[in-house]
Design a protein around this ligand. Structure first.
Ligand code: ZN
Length: 453
């Protein structure tokens, strides 16, 4: 009888381990090194506080405590020779450890502990690494706990839970697929917009923590690899394809019609700038057309976003892409490339009778007109068309000037438009869609699955 019970126990244990290995174990066992805050000069002291005893751990085996420092406040510094010195609050040296990253400081609670580093609280551990003429402060932390300090900076914590969960999955995917971004400097990610803004324990919110917990270890994959789950604020009704914004196409980053991003707060916008200011901005970026007179959209992408446009100035005419115009005028002013242009000019189409053919051709103001002469073909500026006939010269007015001092952009959406629309995700969640349905709507042909590295 006893033997049967033991057999049952072993069987049960095996199932539990198997379950953990595929569901809980990986997400809990992945750690990363995040550079936090500024860089410090060698020997500059950094204050570390905790609400419990500070401990020294072996980074490779965090269950192995090297030493209990028996104090809850220390000051530490990196000595250029390659050593970390730890002082107590009386400035007495209490410990020296190697500066090669092999040894870390944490609290008695270890992985779950909270440690104040220079006045800002973080989960996990702290370490110092030699940088370029300075030392860097590194937060050694579980990936899931790292996400707790990222998500509130990227997405409103008051949004419906399923949309926060969708954002949690994209943030996790970013972290895993960018683990080598700073690897030559000895850490994984930095805490600024260069990587993902990470503000530690103090930034955490129960709603975003819950979203991370309920999607633990989940990432978006395409053909078995982690997908680049880029996102933006609002698609304006149609997302953009990757190759229309950046160089490389991605099969899962294709533009989709997005009714969820219509009629949400802030979908439509209008931005007006004086032609003089636009001229200055262009000159500052090395594009000199004199004083800007007119702007015309030449081509759009299937999403409706401006592919390229023509800027006509007093001295020159140039073509620029919609994306570069957005960078020149400011991405927070020109919120997206999904816009139409009102340059204060009313453009009249003219009917031109072509002699000999008896046909009427409509000339559009944006058409390039030319005349054949004995000397070849001459281009003419289409605003000043004059026709000589038996009755004399007739001027044809193709452009009527209205308000010529400024240009107004009337647009929709906010951001580059590729991948998930955050506003659309919130709207979908309100309508009852789950986080994986939201992700599969914005990322074409993907799977949402547990990370397995
Ligand atoms: Zn970075």
């Amino acid at each position: 009888m006893r033997r049967i019970i033991i057999a049952f126990l072993i069987f049960g244990l095996a199932i539990t381990l198997l379950g953990n290995e595929f569901i809980n174990e990986p997400a809990d066992s992945y750690f990363m090194d995040v550079k936090i805050g500024k860089s410090y000069t060698f020997d500059e002291l950094l204050r570390i506080d905790a609400t419990e005893s500070i401990m020294v751990y072996n980074k490779a085996n965090k269950s192995q405590e090297i030493l209990d420092l028996n104090v809850s406040s220390v000051q530490i510094t990196y000595v250029e020779a390659g050593r970390i010195d730890v002082y107590d609050s009386n400035k007495a040296l209490i410990y020296s450890m190697p500066g090669d990253g092999s040894v870390i400081l944490g609290t008695k609670s270890g992985v779950d502990g909270v440690i104040s580093i220079g006045g800002i609280r973080y989960r996990g551990y702290v370490n110092l690494l030699k940088g370029n003429g300075a030392y860097n402060v590194i937060n050694h932390i579980n990936v899931e706990k790292y996400l707790n300090g990222v998500l509130p900076k990227e997405f409103p914590t008051s949004a419906p839970l399923e949309s926060i969960k969708a954002q949690a999955v994209t943030a996790r995917g970013f972290a895993y697929s960018n683990m080598n971004k700073h690897i030559t400097e000895g850490f994984n990610l930095c805490d600024t917009v260069h990587c993902q803004v990470y503000a530690g324990y103090d930034a955490e919110h129960p709603n975003s923590n819950r979203a991370i917990e309920e999607t633990k270890g989940m990432v978006v994959t395409y053909n078995g690899s982690i997908a680049e789950t880029v996102y933006h604020s609002n698609s304006g009704g149609h997302t953009a394809s990757s190759e229309n914004v950046w160089r490389s196409p991605r099969p899962y980053l294709v533009g989709v019609s997005d009714p969820f991003s219509l009629n949400t707060n802030g979908t439509s916008w209008s931005f007006t700038m004086s032609k003089a200011d636009i001229s200055q901005r262009l000159i500052a970026q090395g594009v000199d057309v004199g004083i800007v007179k007119d702007m015309e959209v030449l081509a759009t992408f299937p999403s409706g976003r401006v592919s390229n446009l023509r800027i006509t100035g007093s001295t020159n005419q140039v073509e620029v892409t919609g994306a570069s115009l957005r960078n020149i005028l400011g991405t927070t002013q020109l919120r997206s490339t999904l816009f139409t242009i009102d340059s204060g000019l009313i453009k009249n189409d003219i009917n031109l009778q072509v002699l000999g053919e008896g046909k009427t051709k409509i000339i559009y103001p944006s058409d390039n007109l030319s005349v054949m002469t004995n000397n070849g073909s001459l281009s003419i500026e289409n605003k000043n068309v004059a026709i000589i006939s038996a009755n004399g010269i007739t001027k044809v007015n193709t452009v009527t000037q209205e308000n010529t001092d400024q240009i107004t952009f009337n647009g929709k959406g906010y951001g580059h438009g590729v991948g998930m629309s955050q506003y659309g995700a919130m709207e979908m969640a309100k309508l009852g869609y789950t986080y994986d349905q939201i992700l599969k709507f914005y990322y074409t042909g993907v799977d949402v699955t547990i990370i397995n590295r």
